[in-house]
Write a protein that binds this ligand. Structure first.
Ligand code: ADP
Ligand code: MG
Length: 318
């Protein structure tokens, strides 16, 4: 039986380049370069709530890190380090091997260092804290939207939720489409490069983890403003488009979680800059509406005129 300390050494202790001290002492030691700020975020994934307990461990390792990196992306921060608190039912080495494979593959892509954590026996639970850096004062905050700003989203919306609807048997997806959509659900790609590139261009930003309507609602609430968006402009993947007329699909576009795209606001003067970013980054950036001083979120139907949904508050979608 693997001891706790052997387990940590075998699976989680890695050399660090940037951190002065990583796994193995009572604390890690970090330095933030002068003129920079530290962006810190924590996300917990609980078996049965956020994923199926028998989910592929390499996918879980990827997703646990990806959803945390997505929060750094939404602030425009450069990812630097991560801590991992893990509750495991048993020291299952096959599971640990697969989990760390997925985790460290994504960590390597963004040069994120695992600098510490905690390991304990218990129902499967994965809690990460990530840290990133950005020049002081440049973070893309939720409270920075201004009336007149365009509202943009990266990539496409609703794919992960549509995949989940397919897995639950709410609609029948073709085999090829299901594979592509399920990749969005299990292996989300944090929009790190996009977030960093948007510093100095965007006003406010958030990552779409709980559905566009709800997450945009957080920007509106924090910024003390409202918005009108057009349902017909919400970006769809080709796979999603094949099911767009299905009742489940429109719910996925506005209310589907787990997309981890960025929703951001920017003044109209930055339109050309955003369009050239799109080509540079190879990620679609779509303008879906406008920030207004009147509170509430107004969603116009496909014709761009008929109100589809209106909310005075901010918590009414799901
Ligand atoms: P302490 O009892 O002082 O809190 P631990 O015995 O819990 O320390 O952990 C020993 C070292 O291993 C610490 O540096 C801790 O950060 C690290 N560590 C423990 N679990 C993990 C993990 N799952 N991933 C990364 N580092 C871990
Ligand atoms: Mg200690």
């Amino acid at each position: 039986m693997l001891s706790e300390f052997e387990l940590i050494r075998r699976y989680f202790e890695r050399k660090t380049q940037r951190a002065k001290l990583g796994v193995g002492d009572d604390c890690a030691l970090l330095a933030v370069p002068a003129g920079n700020e530290l962006a810190v975020s924590t996300d917990m994934l609980v078996a049965g709530t956020h994923f199926f307990a028998d989910a592929r461990a390499d996918w879980l390792g990827h997703k646990a890190l990806a959803v945390n990196l997505s929060d750094l992306a939404a602030m425009g921060a450069v990812p630097r380090w991560v801590t991992l608190a893990l509750a495991l039912p048993s020291a299952d080495e096959t599971w640990l091997t697969e989990f760390t494979k997925g985790f460290f593959a994504l960590a390597a892509r963004y040069e994120v260092e695992l600098i510490g954590g905690d390991t304990t026996r218990g129902p499967l639970n994965i809690c990460l804290t990530v840290g990133g850096e950005l020049p002081a004062g440049t973070a893309l905050r939720r409270d920075a939207a201004r009336a007149g700003d365009d509202i943009w989203v990266s990539g496409s919306l609703g794919d992960a939720a549509l995949a989940l609807a397919g897995l639950k048997g709410e609609l029948a997806l073709s085999k090829d489409d299901a594979a592509k959509l399920e990749a969005r659900l299990h292996l989300p790609q944090p929009r790190i490069e996009t977030g960093i590139a948007l510093r100095g261009i965007a006003h406010a930003a958030i990552d779409v983890s709980d559905g566009l309507a709800q997450d945009l609602g957080h920007i509106l609430e924090r910024s003390g403003c409202g918005a009108t968006i057009e349902a017909g402009k919400l970006p769809q993947s080709p796979e999603f488009g094949r099911y767009a007329t299905h009742a489940a699909a429109s719910r996925c576009l506005l209310g589907g979680g787990d997309d981890y795209e960025l929703c951001f606001t920017a003044p109209a003067t930055t339109r050309a800059a955003i369009t050239s970013l799109e080509a540079e980054l190879g990620i679609a950036l779509t303008c879906i509406g406008r920030i207004e001083s009147q509170p509430g979120l107004r969603v116009l139907g496909k014709d761009g005129k008929t109100p589809l949904l209106t909310t005075a508050g901010y918590d009414h979608f799901r």
